[in-house]
Design a protein around this ligand. Sequence first.
Ligand code: NAG
Ligand code: NAG
Ligand code: NAG
Ligand code: NAG
Ligand code: NAG
Length: 355
Amino acid sequence: MSSLLHQRPLHNTLTNPSSLSPRSPSDFPKPSTIFNRTSLLLLLSLLVILGVFVPWIGLPQGLFTSSRVSISKWKDYTLAEAVANVAKNGTVVVCAVSQPYLPFLNNWLISIARQKHHEKVLVIAEDYATLFKVNEKWPGHAVLVPPAPDAQTAHKFGSQGFFNFTSRRPRHLLQILELGYNVMYNDVDMVWLADPFPYLQGKHDVYFTDDMAAVKPLNHSHALPPPGKKGRTYICSCMIFLRPTSGAKLVMKKWIEELQAQPWSKAKKANDQPAFNWALNKTAGQVDLYLLPQAAFPTGGLYFKNRTWVQETKGMHVIIHNNYITGFDKKIKRFHDFDLWLVDDHAHESPLGRL
Ligand SMILES: *[C@@H]1O[C@H](CO)[C@@H](O)[C@H](O)[C@H]1NC(C)=O
Ligand SMILES: *[C@@H]1O[C@H](CO)[C@@H](O)[C@H](O)[C@H]1NC(C)=O
Ligand SMILES: *[C@@H]1O[C@H](CO)[C@@H](O)[C@H](O)[C@H]1NC(C)=O
Ligand SMILES: *[C@@H]1O[C@H](CO)[C@@H](O)[C@H](O)[C@H]1NC(C)=O
Ligand SMILES: *[C@@H]1O[C@H](CO)[C@@H](O)[C@H](O)[C@H]1NC(C)=O
């Protein structure tokens, strides 16, 4: 009997739960003389029938219709609408995510929420499951730019699917620039330890970070570094800030061209980063480029591998990138080991909650 009373509030949210929730026995009304055994049993049966059937008759229908409405709504949601909805002060922070990366998305979001910049985050969903999941929990903060790439292969680093998926990035970014917004792009295997915006000094077109692990002096130059062994630089395509200038648009157009000129091949197993570096190399004379400080934006090849350097630069770190390692499990373990895996204990800080 009391177990039935315990269960009802879970099913029927329309009834005031406190009226049926278990209290101390003395709170229950004393059986009055009007209620004999039979009428009590009748009343109980009625409660049981209501408790069992009402949710099945009433709720599912409502749920299905409302989710159908929101599904068609989000399917037609355009990048222009999404950016207009989430941008703050003419600026958006974007990432591109497929379903396997959702735990990383949440981890990244928690770290951004701590810096109070989450409201301007737009998730570019690379599959419909991600689009619906994010918008269900956080309406308006995810958009899908069709066509959605093949979800099965999209997350294997070095595969053609991964190349196809990352190749879409400069197109999304160019479109946001054409709409007139500043845009910061981040990979989601990143964690913010501080607010990066104060570091975006001056009025440069494109801001980026070096992916080289070699330690530089704290006062290193902000110019594009000299080319490395392969004749090109190793700038990371993981964290880019762009102002809606003709220079920034030119870099994005060049990046798209470079990706088309050097498509994925079995031998090279490239990702989008070399093409980005060639685009910077070829536009350097016409565009105002700005290299962000290494101590604030270190590559994973430095931050996770040189404890001496981490100690020396303590308090200066702003965004940490979990790269120079492949595989979900290894990345998660490494974040764990460095106290940067926030989703297990701090999911309530994410605008998505626990996923
Ligand atoms: C808004 O943007 C301008 C220019 O991009 C910047 O100088 C200003 O600090 C920003 N304001 C806020 C409140 O973020
Ligand atoms: C990647 O894109 C190319 C060119 O559009 C296409 O032919 C190929 O099937 C795609 N491969 C995968 C795995 O998505
Ligand atoms: C950095 O500081 C060192 C020593 O103070 C100086 O010799 C060097 O020129 C500086 N480099 C730049 C790029 O300012
Ligand atoms: C572009 O790359 C070429 C070939 O490696 C190199 O000679 C040149 O200095 C680079 N230009 C810039 C601006 O980095
Ligand atoms: C690690 O960092 C220290 C301190 O900055 C530096 O002197 C050393 O060369 C670095 N080690 C490697 C392997 O890069």
